[in-house]
Design a protein around this ligand. Sequence first.
Ligand code: BES
Ligand code: MN
Ligand code: ZN
Length: 492
Amino acid sequence: MLAMKITFSVTATGDAIAAAVYAERNLSHAAKALDSVTGGAVTRLIAASRFKGNAGDVLELTAPTGVAATRIILFGLGDKDELDGNGVEKAAASVIRSVLTSGAETISLHVDGDAELACRMGLGAHLGAYRFDTYRTKLSDDKKPSVNAVELVVADAAGATKAWASWNPVAEGVALARDLVNAPPNVLYPASYAARIKELTSLGLEVEILDEAQMKELGMNALLGVGQGSAKKSMIAIMTWNGGETGEKPLAFIGKGLTFDSGGISLKPGQGMDEMKGDMGGSAAVVGLMAALAGRKAKVNVVGLVGLVENMPDADAQRPGDIVTSMSGQTIEILNTDAEGRLVLGDVLWYAQERFDPRFMINLATLTGAILIALGHEHAGIFSNDDELVAKLEAAAKASDEAVWRLPIGPEYDRQIDTPNADMKNVGEGRLAGSIAAAQFLLRHVNDKPWVHIDIAGVGMHADSKDPRIPTFGTGYGVRLLDRLVRDHYED
Ligand code: BES
Ligand code: MN
Ligand code: ZN
């Protein structure tokens, strides 16, 4: 991770200067000013091009006369009336990606708006500049990023600088989540992951790790069964942030942290199996969120719990047909060892509500391939027992542009996981409504608490996303969504 430095200023001092153009080639004030100091070079270039000022358009003018900068970049913002925070985030991400390896070292982005819009542009630039180059030892110098600082040019630079203190931790939380998802599974396994989470105590988080002996004692046999075939010991990491009133019940965020999911004895096909290094995306979102909340000193009590496990085939691995008893006391017949995420989460959800009595529980998990079939990479699937919490989450999704789509749950689906041999089985009926069957399994481990399950199998990993804010396989999905939820509803 290479944290991009974001600053705010009333004047542009960068090697490259970027200014907005609206639909139908309507120049912003900053673009007009650049046009006049360059003797009309900006309008001449636009006239000679197909640049219309549509959202996503970027046009570059090199070595202009009349300005100190070596480049002028014009970026489209589309219809001025429809402009919002997400639009400028995407535009800033497109601009930064177009100059990242150009040789320019600093870039000034003109903000056509207030301090809040400036922060959203800063966030977009930070997200778009993200790279995962850790293991590229032979990357030539001219392929490495040259830009090391982004300056947002805005009248209220002081106000924006102050507001950015609450956004930079979010940007860094997303980058942390992405680093975790992108990390290879031989490097990131439960113990090394837990050690990385421990480092977050430097932000003021309390971190506690449960080991296998403690989990055994607690009766978490569903979780332990999943890790049984792995040489790596399973763990649970518990992160606590107490920024609210003492005694106020915490919000609880719970994440699936399969550092690798081979499927176990119900082995997955080889094609694309490497992507299962990202089967800890739910946990990464929780870790990134907790880092963000601590980093911006959120005025709320929150607990984050992640189940860190590796699912491997082995002589000691769990078998199809095994029956295990989860911490809740319920028995589970394992019919497919590849339906492991729900087994891990069942125990962590139960533990979270028993120990913390939270105001709500929101879990994130790359839980089912079926959610990709239903919603692709465009929406996370959400499942809930609480309409009010869903309404808040949907509003946060709109505001943050991390989209969610609610799917149904209910007794007619719950029946799918009945079995004559135990209290429940870990798969549904054939291929029908697979994501819902998984949600019903989780719900059987929730005791009358407001709860949302977010299935992020589609949105948590996405190579080649068309969204300029998402440059790598690990998307960091969930950090911005949940930060927004907390910010807008739980910090008064
Ligand atoms: N981690 C997978 C789900 C997944 C698939 C995430 C593709 C991202 C991309 C999960 O553990 C799994 O294997 N689910 C099975 C469940 C089935 C055996 C009932 C699935 O979706 O096929
Ligand atoms: Mn699986
Ligand atoms: Zn999995």
